[in-house]
Write a protein that binds this ligand. Structure first.
Ligand code: RIB
Length: 280
């Protein structure tokens, strides 16, 4: 079985369904409130597990009630949490999310314990693939990129300054179109491939600035887009490490990301492999 390590965030998502997203300075009332386990690292770990990989999550949570709630679906799903550390003087990461009827969202994250992940946590990782995002401190990612020798994926979300050595080391960089604009030409430093998602539009994989694969996500009834990019990332890593051709791998990842939008909440809506294949 393919093995995947994920270094990343664990959050509790506090989600308000609103009739429309507020503009700055505006109050929108009438929302309904829910809580879901989330965090880009945790979502990607559970997505990879549901798609059939053996998964380990390297992360930090607070020593509070939200920690158990945030880890519940990972535990139930069989993600290895032996390197998930409780931090005494921090709260579990929290994301405040507003979701519109179109499925679009606004997300504000209070990282809390995610800030306590240290570069030491990245030592001696043994897995076929390592996935990182930018909700843990950048020095952790820099160290992971240096010390890990397998298939290395960096999902540059949320957009933040990143050391060029990380881009140079990456076998796969994943960005959405907003992040792609934010990073601009700096993504050219990637010596592997760059995958760009564009919501329901055409996703691409580029190598050396040349498009080598394109795919359009299947049409679905979108309820909540939270976690779609995380699902796409995990699925694309698995498909590429399985040696699927870029076009086939991208179609698989697009289908996985699309299925993840059909229910509320990031983790409750992560698909298993059969659900994804049904859309292909
Ligand atoms: O990518 C979606 C995730 O971003 C949410 O689950 C939220 O926790 C934020 O980290």
């Amino acid at each position: 079985m393919l093995s995947v390590a994920v270094i990343g965030s664990v959050n509790i998502d506090i989600v308000a369904r609103v009739s429309r997203l507020p503009v700055p300075g505006e109050t929108v009332t009438g929302a309904t409130l829910s809580r879901f386990p989330g965090g880009k690292g945790a979502n990607q770990a559970l997505a990879a597990k549901r798609l059939g990989a053996d998964v380990r999550l390297i992360a930090c949570v607070g020593d509070d009630a939200s920690a158990d709630e945030a880890l519940e679906l990972l535990r139930e799903g069989g993600v290895n949490l032996s390197q998930c550390r409780r931090v005494g003087d921090a709260t579990t990461g929290t994301a405040l999310i507003a979701v519109a009827p179109s499925g679009e969202n606004h997300i504000v994250v209070a990282p809390g314990a995610n800030r306590a992940v240290t570069p030491e946590a990245t030592q001696a990782i043994q897995a076929d693939a390592l996935i990182c995002q930018l909700e843990v401190p950048v020095p952790v990612i820099v160290q992971a990129a240096q010390s890990y020798s397998g298939f290395f994926c960096i999902n540059l979300a949320p957009a933040a300054e990143i050391d060029v050595t990380v881009l140079q080391r990456a076998d796969l960089v994943v960005v959405n179109e907003t992040e792609a604009d934010w990073y601009g030409r700096s993504l050219d430093a990637c010596r592997g491939v760059v995958a760009t998602t564009r919501g329901s539009g055409v996703a691409t994989i580029e190598r050396n600035g040349e498009i080598i694969a394109e795919a359009t996500p299947p049409t679905v009834d979108v309820v909540d887009t939270t976690g779609a990019g995380d699902t796409f990332t995990a699925a694309l890593v698995i498909a590429l490490v399985e040696q699927q051709a870029p076009e086939e791998a991208l179609r698989f990842a697009c289908a996985a990301g699309a299925v993840a939008t059909t229910n509320m909440g990031a983790q409750p809506s992560l698909p298993d492999r059969e659900q994804v294949l049904a859309y292909l």
